[in-house]
Ligand binder design. Structure first.
Ligand code: FES
Length: 86
């Protein structure tokens, strides 16, 4: 799996999200409490099961806020959200 990483501080993927935390972890509720469709800013292979694709640029992380569109236009990249349907 090829991983294209844009360096954050120290060469990481995450440019600015919750840097005060040792590890950024989010929990997704499923079942009765889940919304019909939710877009998550993508953060890796563990959730998607597909080749690693990372954005980490959402101002509402872990939810996607569309920032990936600006990133894609600026860099020629093709990242997008993980859509979770109920
Ligand atoms: Fe990261 Fe949309 S802002 S996937």
């Amino acid at each position: 799996v090829a991983v294209r990483a844009e360096a954050g501080a120290g060469g990481g993927i995450n440019p600015a999200i919750r840097k005060e935390e040792d590890k950024v972890v989010d929990t997704v509720l499923t079942g009765e409490l889940a919304k019909p469709l939710t877009a998550y800013c993508r953060y890796g292979q563990l959730l998607t099961g597909f080749p690693l694709s990372l954005c980490w640029r959402s101002g509402t992380f872990p939810l996607c806020d569309g920032t990936h569109v600006k990133h894609n236009k600026a860099t020629g990249d093709n990242v997008g959200p993980l859509l979770v349907k109920k």
